[in-house]
Design a protein around this ligand. Structure first.
Ligand code: UDX
Length: 432
C-alpha cells in the first residue's frame, strides 16, 4: 500500500519505518528540511533502539523515502497518517491542535483521488469531526474519509510495541476504510494483535483514557510506596501480589519518581480539559496530576532527610536524567524539577546519562556532566539512581565509592537492600 506519514517525529518515523518493513511504500514527510536531509543520509533525529537499522534497511529497498513536499507526497499516497505534535498549550492545559489543523488544510489542497486520512497524533475527542469539516470545505466527501488510529508506542520499546501490539484501534464507521486498514494491519493481526473497530470519537477517547489509567496505576503505587516507607513494608511485595490478580495486572506497578515523558503529563491534562469543556468532573485524573506533581517535592524531602537536613554544599550525582531508560527524551523528566530545586538549596550536581550531555542544564552554574559512571560517582555525598538503564544495574559500588562518605538513593529499586546492607553501603530505596 502507498502510505504517507505527515510529521517525521517519534510517532511518524517509527510507524513509517515499521510500515515500510511490512512491505508498504512509505513517504515520511516533515517541514523541517534539515531533518529530512539527515534522514535521507540515515541520520536519525531520536534515540530509539533498532530504529536506525530499520530506516537504513527500508531506505535501501526504496520502500521508505523522505520528503519535505507535503502536497506531492499526499498525491502519491492512498493512506495519509497525521503524526504531528499536539503539545500542551501555553497557560492552558488543553492540547494545541494548530499543527494538526494546518496539515489538514494542506492535505485538502492535494486530494486527487480517494484518500484515507488518519489521525495518529493524540487528539482530543471531536478532532476527527473538525478535520472532516475542514477538508470538506475544499473536497467532496466521497473523495476522503477521516479515521482515528491512536498509537500506543512506548519510547525505547517502540519497534517492539508496533510489531507486537496488544490491540490495534481503528475509529471509523466507513466500511471501505475499515477494510483497507484491516488489510494494512493484517501482518500484525495474524501474529495475535486484536483489531478493534469503533466509532471515531471512541478511538480518540480510548487513547486518552488508556494513558490516564496507566498514569493512575503508577501514581497509585507511588502513594502506596509512601505508606510502605512509614510502616516497614516492601512495596515490591505488595505490587507483585496485587499484579497477580488478573483484574489488576502486574505492569505499570513499579514505584519510582514522578512519571514523565511526552505523553502521560500532557494527555492527563488534556483529558481533564476536554471533560471540563463537557462539564464532567474527572476527579480521579485531577488527583493523579496533583499527586504526580507533589511527588517531586516528596522525593526532594527524602533527599533532605537522607542528607540529614543539610543539602547546602552537598555534592549529588544523578545517574540518568531522561524521563526513563532507553530514550534520550528529557520531556517532563522529573529531573527537570528536582535538579533545579536541589541547586536552589545549595547542592552541586553532577550527572551521567548514557545518552550524553543535556543542553537543558547549561544554564545552571552548579550542574555538570560527567562522561563516565565512574567519574560521576567519585567523591560525592549522594548518588541518585534516577533511571533504570542496564548500565546502572551492576555498578561495583564496593570498589568505586567511599562508603563512609557516599550514600545511594535508588529511585528505581534496582539494587537489593539486603546486599547493600551486607556490603555496609548506606542505601535508600523507594517504598521499603
Ligand atoms: C507512554 C505509553 O506507555 C504509550 O502507550 C503511549 O502511547 C505514550 O506514552 P512512554 O511515555 O514512552 O509511553 O513511556 P512509559 O514506558 O509508558 O513510561 C511513562 C512514565 O511512567 C515514565 O516516566 C516511567 O518511568 C513511568 N513508569 C512507568 C513508572 O514510574 N512505573 C511503571 O511501572 C511504569
Amino acid at each position: 500500500m502507498k502510505l504517507c506519514m505527515i510529521g517525521s517525529g517519534y510517532v511518524g518515523l517509527v510507524s513509517g519505518a515499521c510500515f515500510s518493513d511490512l512491505g508498504n511504500d512509505v513517504i515520511c514527510v516533515d517541514n523541517d528540511t534539515k531533518k529530512i536531509d539527515n534522514l535521507k543520509k540515515g541520520i536519525i533525529p531520536i534515540y530509539e533502539p533498532g530504529l536506525e537499522e530499520l530506516v537504513i534497511r527500508n531506505t535501501k529497498q526504496n520502500r521508505l523515502i523522505f520528503s519535505s513536499n507535503l502536497k506531492e507526497s499526499v498525491k502519491k499516497s492512498d493512506i495519509i497518517f497525521i503524526c504531528v505534535g499536539t503539545p500542551t498549550r501555553k497557560n492552558v492545559s488543553s492540547a494545541d491542535l494548530s499543527y494538526v489543523y494546518n496539515v489538514a488544510k494542506e492535505i485538502s489542497l492535494s486530494i486527487n483521488k480517494f484518500k484515507i486520512i488518519i489521525t495518529k497524533s493524540t487528539v482530543p475527542v471531536t478532532t476527527g469531526d473538525i478535520i472532516e469539516n475542514l477538508i470538506s470545505k475544499k473536497v467532496n466527501k466521497n473523495l476522503f474519509c477521516v479515521a482515528s488510529n491512536p498509537e500506543f508506542l512506548r519510547e525505547g520499546e517502540a519497534i517492539r510495541d508496533f510489531t507486537y501490539p496488544d490491540r490495534i484501534v481503528i475509529g471509523t464507521d466507513d466500511k471501505r476504510t475499515n477494510k483497507v486498514l484491516k488489510e494494512l494491519y493484517s501482518p500484525l493481526i495474524s501474529k495475535g494483535a486484536q483489531y478493534i473497530q469503533t466509532a471515531r470519537r471512541s478511538a480518540e477517547l480510548i487513547k486518552y483514557a488508556s494513558n490516564a489509567f496507566l498514569a493512575t496505576k503508577i501514581t497509585f503505587i507511588n502513594e502506596i510506596a509512601n505508606l510502605c516507607e512509614k510502616i516497614n513494608v516492601n512495596v515490591e511485595d505488595v505490587a507483585i501480589a496485587m499484579g497477580l490478580d488478573k483484574r489488576i495486572g502486574s505492569r505499570f506497578l513499579r514505584a519510582g519518581p514522578a512519571y514523565g515523558g511526552s505523553c502521560f503529563p500532557k494527555d492527563t491534562k488534556a483529558i481533564v480539559a476536554t471533560a471540563n469543556k463537557y462539564k464532567t468532573n474527572l476527579s480521579v485524573i485531577k488527583s493523579v496530576i496533583k499527586s504526580n506533581e507533589n511527588r517531586n517535592k516528596f522525593l526532594i524531602n527524602r533527599v533532605n532527610l537522607i542528607l540529614k537536613n543539610k543539602i547546602k554544599n552537598k555534592k549529588i550525582t544523578f545517574l540518568g536524567v531522561t524521563f526513563k531508560a532507553n530514550t534520550d527524551d528529557m520531556r517532563d523528566s522529573s529531573c527537570l524539577t528536582m535538579i533545579p530545586e536541589l541547586v536552589k538549596k545549595g547542592a552541586s550536581i553532577k550527572y551521567y546519562d548514557p545518552t550524553g550531555y543535556k543542553e537543558i542544564f547549561k544554564k545552571f552554574k552548579n550542574v555538570s556532566y560527567e562522561k563516565t559512571i565512574e567519574r560521576s560517582i567519585d567523591n560525592v555525598d549522594l548518588i541518585i539512581i534516577h533511571t533504570e538503564w542496564n548500565d546502572f544495574k551492576s555498578i561495583n559500588f564496593n570498589k568505586l565509592i567511599n562508603k563512609k562518605k557516599t550514600k545511594i538513593f535508588d529511585m528505581r529499586n534496582i539494587y537489593s537492600s539486603i546486599k547493600m546492607k551486607n556490603d555496609r553501603i548506606s542505601y535508600f530505596s523507594i517504598g521499603k
